[in-house]
Design a protein around this ligand. Sequence first.
Ligand SMILES: Cc1cc2nc3c(=O)[nH]c(=O)nc-3n(C[C@H](O)[C@H](O)[C@H](O)COP(=O)(O)O)c2cc1C
Length: 177
Amino acid sequence: MSKVLVCFFSAGGEDVSVGESNELGNTAMMAQEIIKKLNEDGHSVTSFRIQPTIPYPDSYDQKLVKATEERAMQERPEYEGDVADFDDYDTVFVGFPIWCSDMPMIMYTFLEKHVFTGKIVVPFCTHGGSGEVDTFRKVAEKAVGSAPGQGLAMSGDLARKPGGAKQISYWIDQLAI
Ligand SMILES: Cc1cc2nc3c(=O)[nH]c(=O)nc-3n(C[C@H](O)[C@H](O)[C@H](O)COP(=O)(O)O)c2cc1C
């Protein structure tokens, strides 16, 4: 069984696509299901939640302003702590919400900080209807030297429902890890 790392960013907060306040975060809920399934399959799993040093505002509109600004300036927002012994993992899941048809800039910070050579990198995301919008290709491009695994994009809405867990389970069964 491979040693698996599940890294993700999830802002949560006010969520117009879900229509309610989303405390844990849709991507965090998706990550939870992924971790549960991998554990059930007997993998050794470690998770790392990317927590921005400066938290994002709860308000959707304010978050959108901040995200748009960060993207326009190609910022690399900082996050708290980091994964210990990153080299030890064979497979790395990388999860995020779609922001402005892209990954949140903090994901670029994370991807550029690590060496992915020889690892299988499996992207996942939640979104409000746009799908993964080419972000899985961008993850593969940034994770230089990695082998891309088949990603899964899921609406934030579905990530909160039992149907989401079923889809995650099916998807992981298809991955050669
Ligand atoms: C700043 C911002 C930008 C967003 N941009 C998009 C987008 O371009 N396409 C889309 O489908 N959803 C977009 N969404 C919706 C989120 O991707 C979706 O609600 C996601 O599930 C939120 O995940 P989280 O709760 O883990 O943060 C955006 C949300 C925010 C806050």
